[in-house]
Design a protein around this ligand. Sequence first.
Ligand code: TAP
Length: 477
Amino acid sequence: MGLNILTVLYLIGSVSFILGLKMLSNPATARKGNLVAAFGMTVAIFGTIFLYQDDQGNKLGNYVWIFGGLLVGGVIGTLAAKKVKMTSMPEMVSLFNGMGGACAALISISEFKHLSIALGGDLLINSTDDYSSYQPTVLIIVLGLIIGSVSFAGSMIAWGKLNGKVKDFSFPGLNILTMILLAVAIGLGAWLVVDPSNTYLVYAILALALTYGVLFVMPIGGADMPVVISLLNSFTGVAAACGGFLYNNKVMLTGGILVGAAGTLLTILMCKAMNRSLLNVLIGSFGGNKNAAAAGSKEQGAYKEISLSDAAMVMSYANKVMIVPGYGLAVAQAQHICHELEKVLTEKGVEVKYAIHPVAGRMPGHMNVLLAEADVSYDILMEMEQANDEFKTTDVVLILGANDVVNPAAKNDPASPIYGMPILEVEQAKNVIVNKRSMKPGYAGIENDLFFQPKTSMLFGDAKKVLQDLVAEIKSV
Ligand code: TAP
């Protein structure tokens, strides 16, 4: 009876994950989607704790440990999520993803121990036994161990890179060394499957996979971290799915597969948005600043500035204004005042739209989340392709704290580290006003020719302060 109810709860959990994921793909429903998926996870966790029984009818027990862990993890997770700034979200995703990988690796280690005990306490004593019926289980254990450990170690390095504590590191032949490490880990894994009596191999595989995870992420440039995190996220999903196989737990399997698939798709989409292959991201060095330094030192012409009152005037008398939000808007927390500007202009009869680049900011969907928080209508958010069609008929483009995503070098300069990344082609508009605090480069560390073009004017200052002043000026025009 208990098992039947549990099966129904697992079904509810699995359906909630799928619905939640679907809802997450649209900013209008994303918040609800998150809650729906969290509900599914709660049902799955508490269903397992209270209703799971093994073949002999034993319940889980260990309630003090389980609820102790839930309490400690729950409190840390809640505080971390409440405290985190929107701009540090990728770091937190990376950290939490690493924890998922570590869980999967620990499950593999503990399940291998259980298997050893089930086989008579010490597999070494029985080294001449026939293990064929256990080999599929050992295979899943090895896969979970390798993938989970790589995901854990790689995510920790990605976390360190995003918060600036870990610097890029590489040396000639590093890629070959990492390939060899992975090949040896897989080879030892195959050996363990053939002969599970070699218990020490588990720890050798663990050490190799952890080292591989560290060395695999170390040379990848900071700007490529979101792609790496998304890839590692898909690894964690696959490792969790291995846990689902081990425990014959359908909801864990579904959850793992969904995370694995979603992470893989997101990785592909991000690579497409940058017009680069995954291999190029993993062994290239975009953001590693070798080329960036060279590009950054290129001699540029003069740039011109625009005063607040002139900017207010140009925008007030425009037919159409496109706002391009970027990382700086998020840093300045200027989304609300940006919405205010949009309303003031709209009241004056100006058509206002937003042009959203897929990798603007520091995480996928960053700008959508930010603008949704300020109640900007989804109807006026243009994706890159739509926006690029609209710029031709735009009078003023107002760039707010964006830089790399509007850098024409991505189109025109094959030597640029961002060459090939699709950009917002703002220079097609009649006028371009750029708000940032200085002439400093953005995330990729390179200069931006756009700032030196004749139709571009710089409006220096913190985005929030500039927008507040701009709104006041426009109201008085
Ligand atoms: P960036 O190229 O990083 O440029 C942001 C600009 O904002 C900077 O040049 C900075 O110039 C300005 N800024 C900073 N604080 C500001 C403030 N308070 N007020 C006004 N301006 C401010 O941003 P982007 O155009 O959004 O491009 C995103 C970059 O990050 C891309 O290279 C992308 O590949 C990378 N990336 C993306 C993601 C995802 S998935 N979205 C994740 C990680 C990295 P000043 O210092 O002169 O003010």
